[in-house]
Design a protein around this ligand. Structure first.
Ligand code: SF4
Length: 341
């Protein structure tokens, strides 16, 4: 997969006071990317696009470089204690993406250049909770890997947590440019998870993402480099042929992960769900989407924030759960399933 090349890069002037900001600025100029200055990374205007689809696609090709001013971290239950805000947004165009709801109609990709301040703040959070270990999630509102070649933020975070007695780091990605992380001094304190699905689902809905075999090759590399490894399988879809397609995915996983990697792998399993709001956002951006979003085929479940979601009915969930637990148990007997929802 080629490196992410934005159509435009928008900078807060203050971002250039930081080494990373300057580095990204010169890189963009070198690559011939249009660069402009903006007032604040929170209020970005001037991204072109006459229709919601165009605005969406242009936003995905817009890199915004700013200084993270709020250093209050959001909580991140259940997968971690806090979000580590290094990147917001993602260059991929998955039709089902949760960011359509959280980032609105113009989901531009934001990177923060004051990485040292952000990590220092993480240190304060750890200090407050010690001797408990505090877990930080680096991909709560992003896929942080596509912009890593420009900022090196993940590598910095990995090495920071490599030396943090009371902290652990984790992030998830669909991307495969992991080489710069392989020699990082992680000391086993960062878990890298890959988000995977079967090939039919990837082809149908996960636009601008690397294919499955490349994700598996990247997973094998990070496991080889000693990182704790995980897979998020999701969203899991139920459709005619689902069993065969996921069966094939597991066979590929089995063939691609060498024995040492298969040791302590963790799995997170998420069945497909949607909210009314997500559905209407998705239909605006992808009017011809084939995502299954027929409320009549789903069960309604009240969510913790007052809005409900449409999930698969219980019989379907039970059938899918049994299949995944069996497959994972057969192929990776030493692995752990962290949750199935
Ligand atoms: S890779 Fe993840 S964050 Fe990026 S568009 Fe796809 S689902 Fe969203």
């Amino acid at each position: 997969m080629d490196i992410f090349l934005p159509n435009r890069a928008l900078f807060e002037r203050e971002a250039l006071d930081y080494a990373v900001g300057g580095q990204v600025y010169y890189k963009m100029q070198e690559l011939g990317v249009e660069t402009r200055f903006i007032g604040s990374h929170n209020r970005v205007t001037g991204i072109p696009g006459k229709t919601p689809q165009e605005a969406f696609l242009e936003s995905k090709r817009t890199l915004v470089v700013g200084v993270r001013r709020s250093l209050d971290f959001q909580t991140c239950r259940p997968s971690a204690h806090y979000q580590l805000p290094l990147v917001t947004g993602c260059t991929a165009e998955c039709e089902y993406c949760y960011l359509h709801t959280t980032l609105g109609k113009k989901p531009y990709v934001r990177v923060y250049v004051n990485i040292d301040d952000i990590l220092k703040r993480a240190g304060e959070y750890m200090f407050q909770r010690k001797p408990e270990v505090t877990v930080f999630e680096g991909a709560a509102t992003s896929d942080p890997l596509p912009v890593e070649p420009y900022t090196g933020a993940l590598k910095k975070a990995v090495e920071f947590f490599g030396n943090a007695q009371y902290g652990l780091f984790r992030f998830v990605t669909k991307f495969t440019n992991v080489d710069s992380l392989l020699d990082a001094a992680h000391h086993g304190r960062t878990t890298i998870r890959f988000s995977i699905n079967n090939q039919f689902i990837i082809k149908s809905f996960e636009h601008k993402t690397p294919p499955l075999h490349e994700r598996m090759a990247a997973a094998a590399k990070v496991a080889e480099a000693g990182y704790p490894l995980g897979f998020i399988i999701g969203p899991i879809f139920y459709y005619p042929g689902w069993r065969q397609d996921y069966e094939e995915m597991f066979e590929m996983l089995d063939a691609n992960l060498a024995a040492p990697a298969a040791g302590a792998v963790s799995f997170e399993l998420i069945t497909h769900r949607f909210t009314r709001r997500a559905k209407s956002n998705i239909l605006e951006i992808f009017p011809r989407t084939k995502l299954p979003m027929d409320e009549k085929e789903r069960a309604f479940k009240y969510g913790q924030f007052g809005y409900g979601k449409y999930v698969y009915p219980k019989e379907v969930v039970d059938e899918v759960k049994e299949f995944f637990e069996k497959k994972i148990g057969e192929i990776f007997p030493e692995s752990r399933i962290l949750y199935f929802v």
